[in-house]
Design a binder for this molecule. Structure first.
Ligand code: KG4
Ligand code: ZN
Length: 349
């Protein structure tokens, strides 16, 4: 066990189209590597699971080698393996889990199965140090939008204040980008197009903000439809679609709803620290508005740097490092992949 207390943890992430590998010890990122099959999915307008899985197969070992080279780490230095066991694309998850088992068996080190969304939350500690004892976490990714109360990430059950009832925020970005003829993934494309647009040009709806709505609830499917209808009306009238204005106004609606509800969640929970994570946390307007509203409300805001917001292996290694340091039992080689598991704990059993 002495080896485990100061273990270097190798983290593997393959839940979607990013093959990520990271090495973490004591909350510090030693090195990482990332490969993406994003370009191969562009012409389909979304991730094709079989293509993603095949890309993981060819990228995984080179990524492990590259991360180890960057960290100047040899196999004998690695004390544990952590892998995203869910949620995600089944075919893609299985590649990472199988590889993690192979490394754990070959190097004779413990194996931990990690919930992908706990990884997103842990990403921030690599930049800003240990998470506060109790904080509200807004997770905004391609598949999930949730407001959570997080205590000890390695040990405590994670409390869900709300989860989107339909589309996730990132999904809405991707679908609206498609409506506007912008490339996949839609988030970065809309962020870019919005720079030249007026966020007040079109008053898109702010979903679930009425007096009788769940004040922490999220729903983005109606907003996406509102954008689609607005764009259709342009075509009907024979007007060109003002893409930058639509992008900026849509982005403003999402950023407004996300940040208002996150601040409200902190107030309701009596929490003074907000952590915003996941791919949509890379959005420039979400970041700026969160900063402004947290400053006004006296809330300390933590948002990881953009490269740690989107999927990566370092965040999975960060969870593994927390689990190791907390003395949590490893999973062992019987672990499987869980494509649609709900976030209840950082470790998946
Ligand atoms: O967390 P993530 O990398 O993968 C999942 O776990 O889903 O999130 C991917 C999502 C995609 O929907 C992508 O469009 C969105 O994050 N995204 C952004 C930005 N960068 C990535 N959304 C808005 N603005 C961005 N700059
Ligand atoms: Zn993710």
């Amino acid at each position: 066990m002495t080896r485990m207390t100061a273990a270097i943890v190798l983290g593997i992430e393959t839940s979607c189209d990013e093959t990520g590998v990271g090495l973490v010890r004591n909350g510090k990122l030693l090195g990482d590597a990332l490969a993406s099959s994003m370009d191969e999915h562009v012409r389909f307008g979304g991730v094709v699971p079989e293509i993603a899985a095949r890309a993981h197969v060819s990228a995984l070992v080179p990524c492990v080698r590259e991360a180890m080279r960057r960290a100047a780490v040899l196999p004998k230095h690695i004390g544990a393996i952590a892998v995203t066991a869910g949620p995600g694309l089944a075919t893609a998850l299985h590649i990472g889990v199988a590889a993690a088992k192979a490394y754990a068996a070959a190097w004779d080190v413990p194996l931990y199965g990690v919930h992908h969304l706990a990884g997103h939350a842990a990403a921030d500690l690599l930049e800003h140090g240990a998470l506060p004892a109790r904080c509200v976490v807004l997770i905004v990714s391609g598949g999930h939008t949730s407001l959570l109360v997080v205590g000890d990430l390695a040990r405590d059950e994670i409390v869900h204040l709300s989860d989107t009832i339909d589309d996730a925020a990132g999904e809405a970005f991707d679908k609206v980008a498609r409506i506007l003829g912008l490339p996949y993934p839609g988030g970065p494309a809309i962020d870019k197009a919005a720079r030249d647009g007026d966020p007040a040009a079109i008053a898109f709806p702010r979903p679930l903000t009425g007096p009788r709505d769940d004040e922490l609830g999220f729903s983005f499917s109606g907003l996406k439809t509102a954008v689609a209808r607005w764009v259709e009306r342009c075509a009907d009238d024979g007007r060109p679609v003002p893409v930058p204005d639509v992008a900026a106004s849509f982005q403003e609606a999402i950023a407004d709803v996300l940040t208002a509800k996150a601040v409200l969640a902190c107030r309701r929970e009596g929490v003074t620290d907000l952590v915003v994570v996941g791919g949509v946390a890379a959005n420039s307007r979400v970041r700026a508005l969160a900063e402004q509203r947290c400053a006004e409300a006296g809330i300390t805001l933590r948002v990881p740097p953009i490269r740690l917001c989107t999927d990566n292996g370092a965040m999975i290694a960060a969870v593994g490092d927390l689990l190791v340091r907390s003395g949590v039992q490893p999973n062992g080689l019987a672990i499987s992949a869980y494509p649609s598991v709900r976030l209840e704990r950082a470790q998946l059993n």
